[in-house]
Write a protein that binds this ligand. Structure first.
Ligand code: HEM
Length: 458
């Protein structure tokens, strides 16, 4: 479906066609690898629980808030992160926070939590605005006819931010090379058909040679950074320093080099593309909704009045946040997550045998007919404080839920608000007329083939 405007519903941004019937297996597998959200049937957006099989795997599509709560919170101990996702990510992330389970995950989460406290995040805000100001100046100086890919710009910006927050205390090393290598590795990560249909582990899975090369490059730089930092008297206040200083409060143990490396790779992968796509979709949506944009500008003019945004402005930039939250509703960067039942379980009348995959799709939940009015329309008022307070829990899940909720949520929201505020204060971005943009679900939900825009200074 293409983007269209309607006076009654507001702007209806692009989304892939929904099928009447389930796709035949081969087409389903092909589409799953190319664009997971292009596989959905219309009834997935209308029914609350759908039970089916994919190859050898029993599956449940959980669109019921109580089932989501059951799997992600109340009985979370019985549900591990899905093995397809873990097998995809493990070659790059090792046993970091995203890919570990059980007691090992608990220990890591305990050690990481203090690093993401608001007090720490405040220290990173200056880096976020500093890089945004530089980009705003660069973009505002472009000739009005110049086409710029705002999706790529957002990716480069959040890459700079994560690199500086991670290794800011290191001068000299080209830390952006870590991000570039991670991006090249990520581009090779796609679900394997044997994994998708649940074939046993001894069935060979092809590994992308380019992905292996990119990983080796990334590891060489990260390991060098860790070694040099350990030799310094001061560990530093960036994420690397905080990771090296982290201690398990139960045992007093620190992370070893391999663990530090795995967490760094995890933060890179989990922490920049997600925020970048949130911002990219926001520019796309604003480009089609001048009234929303005018309201955003009014807030920025009142709160900031032309000065640079700081961490202290975050709580006052309420509409800025509403716009971003609505962008993540329509285009949740982490579009799908899944859990596998370890032991037999039940939800009401439904038996959940061990090995069942429970699919939880923020993309579907955020556009579900049972929980949203005009679900496909762009309307930041969905997140007006009084409306948000009435919303049923577990229907809006851009950061997940339960004990494995995104640890970087606070970081991401501060970053997205400060970047949007800084850039929107200085410029408008308009989609190039005739450009066709569609959401494509890879690791994150990206605008494809990119976001060609022109820039107007304001
Ligand atoms: C808009 C930006 C972001 C979005 C939408 C997002 C979304 C998510 C979601 C949905 C999960 C849970 C996945 C699941 O339950 O299977 C998650 C987990 C995680 N995220 Fe984020 N994330 C964002 C930014 C970040 C940032 C900035 C960082 C770090 C700097 C980060 C680090 C992580 C980590 C380490 C986990 C695993 C947590 C655990 O399993 O304990 N994320 N994220």
């Amino acid at each position: 479906m293409t983007a269209a405007a309607s006076d009654n519903l507001g702007f209806i941004p692009a989304f892939p066609a929904r099928h009447e019937r389930r796709l035949p297996l081969l087409q389903l597998l092909k589409t799953l690898r190319e664009n997971a959200i292009g596989t959905y049937t219309q009834d997935a957006f209308e029914r609350d629980i759908i039970i089916y099989r994919l190859g050898f795997k029993p599956m449940i599509l959980a669109n019921h808030p109580d089932l989501i709560r059951h799997v992600m919170l109340d009985n979370a101990a019985n549900y591990e992160r899905d093995p397809v996702g873990k097998r995809l990510l493990e070659p790059g992330l090792g046993k970091g926070l995203l890919t570990s389970e059980g007691a090992e995950w608990k220990r890591q989460r305990r050690m990481m939590a203090p690093i993401f406290q608001p007090r720490r995040l405040a220290g990173f805000a200056a880096i976020m605005t500093d890089y945004s100001e530089r980009l705003a100046r660069k973009l505002a100086a472009l000739p009005p006819t110049c086409h710029v890919d705002m999706a790529e710009q957002m990716m480069l910006l959040t890459l700079d931010v994560i690199a500086r927050t991670m290794f800011g205390s290191d001068d000299g090393t080209d830390v952006s090379a870590v991000g570039e290598a991670m991006d090249r590795y990520q581009a090779t990560v796609r679900p394997n058909i044997p994994d998708l249909i649940g074939l046993p582990r001894w069935v060979p899975r092809p590994a992308a040679a380019e992905g292996q090369r990119a990983l080796a490059e990334m590891d060489a730089i990260i390991n060098g950074l860790i070694q040099r930092r350990r030799e310094r008297a001061e560990l530093g206040n960036d994420l690397l320093g905080l990771l090296l200083a982290a201690r398990d409060d139960e045992t007093g143990a620190a992370l070893d080099d391999r663990e530090v490396r795995d967490q760094m790779a995890t933060f890179f992968l989990a922490g920049h593309e997600t925020t970048a796509t949130t911002l990219a979709w926001t520019w796309y949506l604003l480009s089609h909704a001048p009234q929303v944009e005018a309201k955003l500008h009014a807030e920025l003019d009142t709160v900031l009045g032309g000065r640079a945004a700081t961490n202290a402005d975050y709580d006052k930039l309420i509409y800025t946040r509403m716009v971003l939250e609505e962008a993540m509703r329509l285009y949740p960067p982490a579009h799908t997550t899944a859990r596998q039942a370890m032991a037999e379980d039940r939800f009401g009348d439904i038996a959940i045998p061990p090995g069942t995959m429970v699919i939880i799709s923020p993309y579907i939940m955020h556009r579900h007919r049972l929980y949203w009015q005009n679900p496909d329309a762009f309307d930041p008022e969905n997140f007006a404080p009084e409306k948000a307070a009435q919303r049923r829990r577990y229907t809006y899940l851009p950061f997940g839920a339960g004990p494995r909720i995104c640890i970087g949520q606070g970081f991401a929201m501060i970053e997205a608000v400060l970047i949007l505020a800084t850039l929107a204060q200085k410029l408008r971005a308009r989609l190039v007329p005739g450009a066709k943009v569609a959401p494509v679900a890879k690791i994150t939900l990206r605008p494809s083939p990119g976001l060609p825009m022109t820039i107007q200074p304001r």
